[in-house]
Design a protein around this ligand. Structure first.
Ligand SMILES: C[S@@+](CC[C@H](N)C(=O)[O-])C[C@H]1O[C@@H](n2cnc3c(N)ncnc32)[C@H](O)[C@@H]1O
Length: 256
């Protein structure tokens, strides 16, 4: 760990505090403050305490921690869904993936990590303010130079034929971009849509049928994580859970 790195402090109740280490700076809690220098000395996996006795463990933030706390313009894809989208797209290091919209860059971070430094993410976004935010969020956390930012409407994009191993869509009306995107997706590979409403899922499937687009519907699913509070003799589902986020629709491109 060094100055400039992100760090996550966790208190006894599991509350997280995420920030960057800076020389001469202090972390302030409601029960006293700690110089960043002491956090650096404690190191990852170590612990620090305020003079008032408030104890924090020191961690490197995960991508999930970062995504949930990073600044946002558009609502980012929720981490459980972003990770599952990378899985449904069957991504591997070195692959090429197409994405829209960049939004705040949450899904971009997951896709860039899945394809690794030898891969490529092409991220389309119509709103310059959103794409600037996505770019800043990515470069502030993990930037392997494998993302190409394109400030344009994906529906109008001139895309190379059969260049992409996967397509990830998190936008309101994904059916509007399908005619542009379909020839750019390799045969037998996947397009995954993130859709908050079931009515969107139905319109998407109707549009694929009406436009005679060459896709097989593989799966429509929700990702449900049911967290438990386990502190024997207490053991029950947590009273506060993440509720509905979105439906994921996995489509496979087939021959026309
Ligand atoms: C919900 S946000 C995406 C959030 C993003 N997945 C994240 O994790 O931060 C949807 C974005 O899609 C953009 N968008 C909508 N239609 C688009 C299109 N046809 N081409 C490119 N971007 C589009 C919107 O401007 C918006 O920023």
């Amino acid at each position: 760990m060094q100055y400039g790195d992100w760090v996550l402090l966790q208190d006894r109740r599991g509350r997280n505090y995420l920030f960057r280490l800076e020389p001469s700076a202090r972390f302030d809690s409601h029960r006293g403050s700690i110089p960043h220098e002491r956090i650096l000395e404690a190191g990852l996996g170590g612990a620090v305490s305020t003079p008032q006795g408030e104890r924090f463990t020191v961690h490197r933030p995960t991508l999930e921690d970062y995504l949930l706390q990073m600044p946002r313009e558009a609502t980012p894809t929720y981490p459980k869904d972003a990770a599952t989208m990378a899985f449904l797209l069957d991504l591997a290091p070195g692959m090429w993936v197409l994405e829209a919209g960049s939004g705040s860059g949450g899904l971009t971070l997951y896709l860039a990590r899945a394809v690794g430094p030898a891969g490529q993410v092409w991220s389309y976004e119509t709103r310059p303010k959103h794409q600037a935010r996505a770019q800043r969020n990515l470069s502030a956390f993990e930037d392997w130079g494998n993302v190409t930012w394109l400030g344009a409407d994906l529906a109008q994009a001139p895309l190379p034929p059969e260049a992409f191993d996967g397509v990830a869509l998190d936008l309101m009306e994904p059916w509007t971009v399908l005619p542009a995107v379909t020839p750019a997706l390799k045969l037998d590979r996947f397009l995954v849509c993130y859709l908050p409403n079931l009515t969107q899922v139905i319109v998407l499937l109707e549009q694929i049928k009406d436009q005679r687009l060459p896709y097989l519907l593989e799966r429509t699913l929700e990702v449900l994580h049911r967290e438990w509070d386990v502190r024997p003799p207490i053991a029950h589902p947590k009273f506060q859970q993440v509720g509905h986020t979105a439906f994921l629709v996995q489509l496979r491109r087939v021959r026309d």
